[in-house]
Design a protein around this ligand. Structure first.
Ligand code: FAD
Length: 501
């Protein structure tokens, strides 16, 4: 244990993680004496991808006091109501995972039980008919929730698609305006206290030395401090998440950007399509065991609806978390803290929850083992919960047309996921163990979209007489459809939003 107050922080890395950390720490120390230095190397550069987010990004921007219109203009952003999954259940299938609930509980019983009750009796009922966000998305329209829950027209969230490089620049301006010092240079040596192994300074290639008490490692996949120096270790989850590569190509802008990300299952993985205002992000996440880099590239180029703007770029990764994100006086964020494929756009949100942990457990009175242990426990928990949600998408496929999908159907799954899946299949029960990034209705979206049906529904759903129930459902559906028809198109909304200042 070291009891000295910490107010001298060095951040290594100027990607999304580094500048998110710098902006948050500048805010944290506002009005107090502190020295925050960020070291980055233009020669090394950033990963240069990462365009889709989940709604918690809005809380992050709000925590900094950022105006949404300034943010949208600066980052080329569009709005995101969720993800459309195409060809996952079977070729030709499509469903949405919206940032929203489906229907509303009636008499305290979750909505999907009523639909399950009617399933045998009334064909053609879909959960998506009871979700305003899906109905907006299907029509290419967008509206911000302006009423208060519990009305179905308010019960949804939204996120953004944006240019992560521009977002980092935007946050850089914010952080520098609040006193963060940026140092350009490549770290060539990490100086450590010989007695306890704590990092004392970073040596740069120009001979400069950046000294600090706390070091935040945002150096990307390299993990210069957390791994190369402190050897925290990395878990390998490829037995559950077999994709280990990605190829990305920006394409021209869509004439009408969709208010959602599209994830399309391909022969050996899946393709993302992310609309920004001035371009479209495209990529293929795949497993090298099932497709070569060259085949993956050709498939992606063939699949792209928009013309490519740059040469394809390939990435390699290993699914799994860093074994610990807090070692000695080093706290890792972003890619340095672990990686899960971007199927549900979780990496930037994990930077955000990492920062939240750092600030909540900040070593104000020096470094304490109990803080470190808690940060590492929470980190592991978060990664495991997201992992299970991602594995669900693969495991429940009904595709058997390629070796990759046959592998996904038969691969073992974590016990925690097996339990959830079994319980849902048995009685439609949705469970959550501790707070999770994806809550009940997100799981329901995937179960339902992938065709996982419960054998039984909650018997209390029988208490409403059938005609009263069908009337109520009809009323709900009509209200949602009518409101969705009246909403502006996504592009009209963006234009109007920018003018409304
Ligand atoms: P990087 O961007 O790699 O930044 C590392 C920084 O460290 C750079 O500034 C570099 O110069 C610096 N650095 C490294 N070594 C040194 C050194 N020795 N000396 C000095 N500086 C050094 N996330 C999402 O939320 N949504 C998505 O849709 C999404 N899609 C993705 C698709 C792919 C294919 C991949 C690989 C990732 C995706 N991500 C996505 C993740 C997202 O890109 C990252 O979480 C995010 O960009 C943060 O990266 P980073 O800042 O941790 O690392």
């Amino acid at each position: 244990m070291d009891n000295s107050a910490v107010n001298q922080v060095v951040i290594l890395g100027g990607g999304t993680a580094g500048w998110m950390a710098a902006a948050s720490l500048a805010r944290y120390f506002e009005g107090r004496q502190a020295q925050i230095t960020l070291v980055e190397s233009a020669d090394i550069g950033t990963v240069g991808v990462g365009e889709a987010t989940i709604p918690s990004i809005r809380d992050f921007n709000a925590s900094l006091g950022v105006d949404e219109r300034d943010f949208i203009r600066a980052t080329d952003a569009t709005f995101k109501l969720g993800i459309e999954f195409c060809d996952w259940r079977a070729p030709g299938s499509a469903f949405f995972h919206p940032f929203a609930d489906f229907g509303q509980p009636l008499n305290g019983v979750a909505f999907h039980h009523y639909l399950n009750r009617l399933q045998g009796e009334e064909a053609g009922q879909s959960l998506e008919d009871y979700c305003f966000a899906v109905q907006l998305a299907r029509r290419g329209r967008f509206a911000q929730p302006h009423e208060q829950p519990p009305t179905p027209l308010a019960d949804y969230g939204y996120a953004y698609h944006f240019d992560a490089g521009r977002y980092a620049n935007f946050l850089r301006q914010y952080a520098e305006a609040r006193g963060v010092i940026r140092r350009e240079g490549k770290v060539t040596r990490v100086e450590q206290n010989p007695d306890n192994g704590f990092i004392t300074a970073l040596h740069l290639d120009d001979g400069a030395r950046a000294e600090g008490q706390l070091f935040v490692d945002c150096s990307g996949f390299r993990g210069v401090l957390i791994e190369q120096t402190l050897q925290a270790g990395h878990e390998d989850w490829r037995q559950w998440l077999p994709c280990d590569s990605a190829i990305a190509v920006p394409g021209a802008a869509m004439p009408e950007p969709t208010p959602y990300t599209r994830c399309t299952a391909l022969d050996a993985g899946w393709q993302w399509r992310i609309p920004l205002q001035s371009r479209t992000g495209n990529g293929y996440v795949y497993s090298q065991a099932f497709v070569s880099d060259e085949q993956a590239k050709q498939t992606l180029l063939k699949q792209m609806a928009e013309s490519p703007l740059k040469d394809p770029k390939t990435f390699r990764f290993v699914a799994g978390p860093r074994k610990s994100i807090w070692e000695k006086n080093c706290f890792a964020l972003g890619l340095a803290s672990g990686f899960l494929e971007p199927l549900e756009s979780t990496s930037i949100s994990l930077i955000q929850t990492g920062i939240a942990k750092l600030l909540r457990l900040f070593p104000e009175s020096g470094f304490h083992e109990v803080d470190r242990a808690e940060a590492n426990r929470q980190h592991h928990h978060e990664f495991e919960r997201i992992r299970d949600f991602l594995v669900l998408h693969y495991k429940t496929t009904q595709r058997s047309d390629t070796a990759f999908w046959r592998h996904c159907q038969t691969m073992p799954i974590p016990d925690s996921l097996a339990h959830k899946l079994k319980l849902f299949r048995h009685r439609g029960e949705l469970v959550q163990m501790e707070p999770e990034a994806f809550e009940h209705d997100s799981w329901l979206a995937i179960y339902s979209g992938m065709g996982v049906q419960p054998n039984h529904y909650d018997i209390r759903a029988n208490k409403i007489p059938e005609t009263a129930l069908t009337d109520e459902l009809g009323r709900m559906r009509a209200m949602i459809a009518q409101a969705a028809e009246q909403a502006p198109s996504h592009s009209a909304f963006i234009r109007q939003h920018e003018l409304d200042r």
